[in-house]
Design a protein. Structure first.
Length: 331
């Protein structure tokens, strides 16, 4: 018999998905926000992103080759590039270069590679890097350049308040009239506000969400549950007292959209089941509103995601998918 029948285990049809493909699709979905950051912050956005990506790629290559002695190169799978972009997106454009490198070393070396590399990390590397830098260098991480200063401004850019800092000031002072100084909805949609690189242009982030949903890189469960929870809770607070920000301002300001779309949906650090993802998203939304309103920092998205990253194993254990053919136990 020249042609033998080869029997193999399922699945027999490959879906075409791969880690590399999905990582680069996320990078592509971030391009609109990257372009907007270049337009808003000029050279600072270009330099910060380039340094962050280069540092993340270098540290992953160096640790793999010289410390872990891993013959398989993981740099080309796109995860280090994505971590570098997201880390840069969580920084102001006038950040010192050496601080970016320190953040990249923490994100890749401590949070990712120490636990075994991609697929083994408990926390999102980019967010953990941001949290580390925010705690270690609070002044540098909260000095926000004003947009529209051109490509010549970088470290000497003029700085100003962000929408979240205005909201926090209004709540602490009890003066609801401060809310009138918030940027308009149009300005927050197109990126004419201060803040981190990747959080200022809501339209660009929503375009990225559409790309990821159309390409089926992510599902709707996590981003929609986060955003809906924030809208409902902030709406209730605003209805009770105008000193709290209105739902539209909460939705379009800070890192809410960036976190909900690109970081909370990280495959490694988010639940596997749809029900688990909904629980995860609602919890992130609640924590974000609580930290933004009553916490020490104006922004709560990063800490909310990191806290829920730690609960993902418990959520996965609670919402296990049923085995094919499993008979439900009798009560």
């Amino acid at each position: 018999m020249a042609n033998k029948l080869v029997v193999s285990l399922s699945p027999h049809v490959h879906s075409g998905d791969s880690v590399k493909k999905n990582m680069y699709w996320v990078c592509i979905a971030l391009v609109p926000a990257l372009i907007c950051s270049f337009i808003s912050f000029g050279a600072g956005a270009i330099i910060t992103t380039a340094i962050s990506v280069a540092a993340c790629v270098f540290f992953e290559w160096f640790i793999n080759k010289f410390m872990l002695k891993n013959p398989k190169c993981t740099v080309c799978d796109g995860s280090a590039v994505l971590t570098g972009v997201l880390l840069a997106f969580n920084m102001p454009s006038n950040i010192q270069p050496w601080i970016i490198v320190v953040g990249a070393l923490f994100a890749i070396g401590i949070v990712k590679m120490t636990f075994g590399g991609l697929g083994c990390n408990l926390f999102n590397p980019a967010l953990a890097g941001r949290a580390f830098l925010l705690i270690s260098f609070p002044v540098d991480m909260t000095t926000w350049p004003n947009p529209g200063q051109g490509f010549g401004s970088w470290l000497d850019a003029e700085t100003g308040a962000t929408p979240l800092s205005v909201m926090k000031a209004a709540f602490k002072s009890g003066d609801a009239s401060l809310m009138d100084t918030l940027p308009s909805v149009k300005d927050m949609l197109i990126g004419n506000t201060g803040g981190c690189l990747g959080e200022v242009c809501a339209l660009a982030l929503l375009l990225g969400l559409a790309i990821l949903l159309v390409k089926k890189v992510i599902t709707w469960h996590i981003p929609v549950s986060i955003l809906a929870t924030v809208v409902v809770l902030s709406g209730l607070l605003h209805a009770a007292n105008p000193v709290y920000a209105n739902p539209v301002a909460e939705l379009l300001s800070g890192g809410l959209l960036l976190g909900a779309i690109f970081m909370a949906t990280d495959y490694v650090t988010s639940p596997m089941s749809s029900k688990g993802q909904l629980v995860y998203g609602v919890a992130i939304g609640v924590l974000t509103v609580v930290i933004r309103t009553w916490g020490a920092y104006p922004e709560g998205m990063s800490f909310a995601i990191l806290i829920m990253n730690a609960f993902v194993p418990l959520i996965n254990n609670k919402f296990k998918p049923k085995r094919f053919g499993e008979v439900p136990a009798k009560k």
